[in-house]
Design a protein around this ligand. Structure first.
Ligand code: ARG
Length: 460
């Protein structure tokens, strides 16, 4: 097939390599459904505007539906000389219905067409990614509620800091995801305007109704400026920025899962079906899923930078550079969808090893701050109590004893203000229960926070 769509001006056919080099059909065929959806809305509007007769419009719409069925039945052979999905679909339509098919492109350009297609496509993808995020968060929140009483060490600098509950830690993950979800909805809101009618760059002389096509396609309204409509891909960049942050968060979760499943931590067990073995070491069970999610974060960050760099020096309006928006965007969507699916399936199946977590929290003097706070409540200034507890810890290190394992007499060497009631605060249970305010790690607070999180997710 030669490219009849724009061949009129040319005196020789395009070089065969240049055809392949400039074509996008190899990857933009993925947009065919949304391309057809946009064309149906455009044809519907052209009839209302008196540009097409009712008969022509019906012929076009029926033809487009048949083309879609043919594509889905594998009956369309995508053609490189036809360059992209837009011209492939149009040519298939004309093959089917004849000369009327050539009227479809009246009052539009591939420039507004592709800007419309990507927005329609991305909007659908955003909706299914949103659903997958909701599934992940619902599972995470349930797990957190079940683990509201499970004590583990909390860390700063990866050194034992203070005891927390596992449920509290899991709800920290949920907060990251909740913000990511909000960012994704913001992106959807801004992309949901219709560029259709901007035509090549300046608009069109036909009496088109942009509000009608916007409405037919489920957009909130037509875009304001025709030059901007065909030239910016900021919505795709915004999606990739969301994707980068989401995967950054999921990568941090992954890193913790990898640490926690190691023999050195031994905090959790991942089910066998989410792990793989080693071809040489028979004892191995490797946390490949979180490791891969951590690794895939790099490629999504790369896509964000590809798009930012693609955009940064383009003069208005459309430039062919923009054809390069698709592969990074498509891959970012695929990667995010796969990672979310893996996590949504895997997270609810995590089993905590409570005895081992508790053991770890008992080591590392995790209740030292509680002892300092205890002394402050007895009237000692915080800086002095810090010093007293520091000395107690030094003694504990020397003796190989946790603070809660010392006798009252041993503790009183460092301050005679310490009384028998000190052991209420030196236990891990006492320590977490005392942090009893919004955002604190007390089991009751964790249960309430889980309930609030659940309601937010249910209200989506
Ligand atoms: N395949 C092109 C793209 O993805 C469609 C728009 C082409 N327009 C043009 N004037 N060459 O951006």
């Amino acid at each position: 097939k030669t490219n009849q769509q724009w061949g009129g001006r040319f005196s020789e056919p395009t070089d065969a390599f240049v055809q392949r080099f400039t074509a996008s059909i190899q990857f933009d065929q993925r947009l065919y459904r949304h391309d057809i959806q946009g064309s149906i809305a455009h044809a519907t509007m052209l009839e209302k505007a008196g540009v097409l007769t009712a008969e022509e419009k019906d012929k076009i719409i029926n033809g487009l539906n048949e083309v879609q069925a043919d594509i889905e039945a594998g009956k369309i052979e995508w053609s490189i000389p036809l360059e992209d999905v837009h011209m492939n679909v149009e040519s298939a339509l004309t093959d089917k219905i004849g000369i009327t098919g050539k009227k479809l492109h009246t009052g539009r350009s591939r420039n507004d067409q592709v800007a419309t297609d990507i927005r329609l496509w991305l909007r659908d993808e955003i909706d299914s990614i949103s659903n997958e995020m909701t599934r992940l968060q619902a599972g995470l929140i349930d797990l957190a509620a079940n683990e509201a009483d499970t004590i583990m060490p909390g860390f700063t600098h990866l050194q034992t800091a203070q005891p927390v509950t596992f449920g509290h830690h899991l709800l920290a993950w949920n907060e990251m995801l909740e913000r990511d979800f909000g960012r994704l909805q913001d992106c959807r809101k801004r992309l949901n305007q219709s560029p259709l009618g901007a035509a090549a760059l300046a608009g069109t002389t036909y009496p088109i109704d942009r509000s009608l096509t916007a409405e037919l396609l489920g957009f909130d309204k037509p875009t304001e400026n025709s030059l901007d409509s065909v030239s910016d891909r900021d919505f795709a960049i915004e999606f990739c920025a969301f994707a980068s942050l989401l995967l950054t968060h999921m990568s941090r979760m992954s890193e913790e899962l990898v640490l926690w499943t190691s023999a050195q931590f031994d905090f959790i067990e991942l089910p066998d079906r989410f792990c793989t073995g080693s071809s040489i070491m028979p004892q191995k069970k490797n946390p490949d899923v979180p490791e891969l999610v951590r690794g895939k974060t790099g490629r999504v960050n790369g896509h964000l930078f590809s798009l930012l760099t693609l955009m940064k020096s383009q003069p208005l309006a459309y430039n062919k550079d923009n054809q390069e928006d698709k592969e990074p965007l498509f891959d970012a969507v695929n990667t995010v969808s796969d990672c979310l699916r893996a996590f949504a399936d895997m997270i609810p199946a995590i089993r905590s090893k409570k005895a081992s977590m508790l053991e770890a929290a008992t080591r590392g003097f995790s209740t030292a701050t509680d002892l300092a706070d205890y002394l402050v409540r007895k009237g000692i200034p915080f800086r002095d109590s810090h010093e007293i507890v520091g000395k107690s810890v030094a003694y504990g290190i020397e003796q190989g004893k946790d603070l809660s394992e010392m006798s009252l007499e041993e503790l009183q060497q460092f301050s005679d203000t310490i009384g028998a009631d000190v052991f209420d605060v030196l236990t891990l249970e006492g320590s977490v229960a005392a942090r009893n305010h919004i955002g604190g790690t007390a089991p009751d607070q964790v249960r309430q926070a889980a309930e609030r999180a659940r309601q937010l997710v249910a209200a989506r």
